[in-house]
Ligand binder design. Structure first.
Ligand code: ASP
Length: 265
């Protein structure tokens, strides 16, 4: 049986330590907010419009960057261009109340450790989990996608701050590695490739990882995890060869999402 994770009770390595999908989960998880050669969020405009449905206002979580005012202004301009109003949670007197009342969430990218640390400090993880399980639409880019996972162990970021735990929202059962990069043929770089880093992750952990290339995104419901967007992804599972998947692919069967809830998975 899966179980809800909490900040204090987490099996970090187990695929068991995950959110149990409800009948109303709606997520949009982007590898990046800005695809090469396009404006902020531009590559995902049709997807956001479809995803947000009747929502008119989006609650923005800017904690991954230091300059929250500047970040909120940038996000506000991006969402206004799509026809939505944006409130930033850092402007709210009660961030918890803001989550309770939100029509939809967008969690921006930046440093994943700083983002998760702020979510812990403001005690927002449980309220976000609960509201997402009730159907609140959650969207995120990059660090905002990382924190949707059981842990932030597959981020590319440096631990510039130290959150109380690496356990994150766990609103999906798998890990994401955003901005996934293929090795450059002929490169003289001697550091680990991204693939090598993810293979190391599986030397210590069980959970499947989606290496999401820039421009790729995931649409997640209770019954499906669809790869969409401008690029493909590479799926890593412990003890198995990596698998290439193209936009349009249904990923749920690869990602340990089936059979977790007693429901459709
Ligand atoms: N720093 C990335 C971002 O843009 C997150 C990551 O690469 O893990 O949010």
């Amino acid at each position: 049986m899966g179980r809800m994770i909490s900040a204090t009770s987490v099996d970090l390595a187990g695929a068991d330590a995950i959110y149990r999908p409800s009948m109303s989960r709606q997520l949009l998880l982007l590898s990046t907010s800005t695809a090469h050669g396009t404006q902020y969020l531009e590559h995902a405009v049709p997807e956001f419009k479809d995803f947000l449905g009747p929502a008119r206002r989006v609650l923005f979580i800017p904690y991954a960057l230091k300059d929250r005012d500047g970040y909120a202004a940038k996000a506000r301009a991006g969402f206004r261009a799509m026809g939505y109003e944006l409130d930033s949670i850092h402007e709210s007197a009660s961030p918890k109340q803001a989550i309770e009342r939100a029509e939809a969430l967008f969690c921006g990218g930046g440093n994943t450790f700083r983002l998760l640390d702020a979510l812990y400090r403001q005690d927002l993880l449980d309220v976000i989990r609960r509201r997402v399980s009730e159907g609140l639409r959650y969207s995120g880019a990059s660090a905002g996608s990382n924190v949707a996972c059981p842990t932030i162990r597959t981020t590319n970021d440096m631990p510039i701050v130290e959150p109380p735990s690496l356990a994150a929202l766990g609103i999906v059962a798998f890990q994401i590695n955003p901005h996934y990069l293929d090795p450059e043929p002929g490169s003289k770089h001697m550091g680990e490739t991204r693939e090598e880093r993810l293979l190391q992750f599986h030397e210590e952990n069980e959970v499947a990882v989606v290496g999401l290339r820039e421009g790729a995104l995931l649409r997640v419901s209770d019954t499906s995890v669809m790869l969409k967007g401008l690029a493909g992804a590479r799926i890593f599972r412990k003890g198995q060869a990596p698998v290439e998947v193209a936009p349009g692919a249904a990923l749920e069967a690869w990602l340990g999402e089936r059979g977790k809830s007693g429901g459709p998975f």
